[in-house]
Design a protein. Structure first.
Length: 211
């Protein structure tokens, strides 16, 4: 059975591009990788998430970013979207386990909360605002890397099939590490997003732009 997943990150308050996505996509699922606002209020973040929630035909998942209010980390759900920061949500219809790491509160307890369910039998998907260190999706323009070393260690233990992360705007792209696929959709603030198509035969990732 085919499932289309829309991946967006670094919205930074740009509600116009969320509206534009409604004209271009009709995904089953939605993943939001943080920086919903640019140091905005909780009300602003909730308003944007509520609007984005209508993009998904089934449901979706999000993590807050480093530019989002810390109060957002305590919100369990908004519309069809579930907050998975520091935990795992099993999605039986998608036949997947969604693990989440936001852009703040990356403590030992947070990592332990994610790894608590590392033996999930379904497709493992990690959504993280910050990318793991040392891949194409955390590479800066001048050639250095700006990913998170602890997230890289968690990825090596969890061994997810799919890793979606944002934060590094210029790191937009797709990378592979063995059987693992790593994706940075780029900032929706600038019109970038990604579509992941899941089927029994394959996983296909497409990088897209609204304009």
């Amino acid at each position: 059975m085919r499932r289309d997943i829309l991946i967006i990150s670094d919205i930074h308050g740009n509600k116009y591009n969320i509206e534009a996505l409604k004209e271009e996509t009709s995904p089953d699922y939605l993943l939001i990788l943080g920086d919903i606002t640019t140091f905005g209020t909780l009300d602003e973040a909730l308003e944007i998430l509520e609007e984005a929630s209508s993009l998904a035909n089934v449901s979706g998942y999000f993590v807050p970013g480093n530019c989002d209010p810390f109060e957002l980390f305590k919100i369990n759900s908004v519309g069809k979207l579930y907050n998975v920061h520091g935990k795992c949500k099993e999605d039986r219809e998608l036949r997947a386990c969604i693990y989440g790491l936001g852009g703040q509160d990356l403590t030992e307890n947070t990592f332990e909360g994610v790894l608590k369910n590392r033996d999930c039998k379904g497709l493992k998907i990690l959504i993280s605002h910050r990318p793991p260190y040392g891949t194409k999706i955390d590479k800066l323009v001048w050639g250095g890397h700006a990913g998170h070393e602890d997230i890289a260690r968690l990825v090596s233990i969890l061994n997810p099939k799919l890793v979606f992360s944002g934060h590094i705007h210029e790191g937009r792209g797709v990378d592979k590490a063995g059987d693992m696929i790593l994706v940075n959709p780029g900032p929706l603030e600038e019109g970038y997003y990604a579509i992941c198509i899941l089927s029994k035969e394959e996983i296909d990732v497409k990088l897209c732009r609204i304009y």
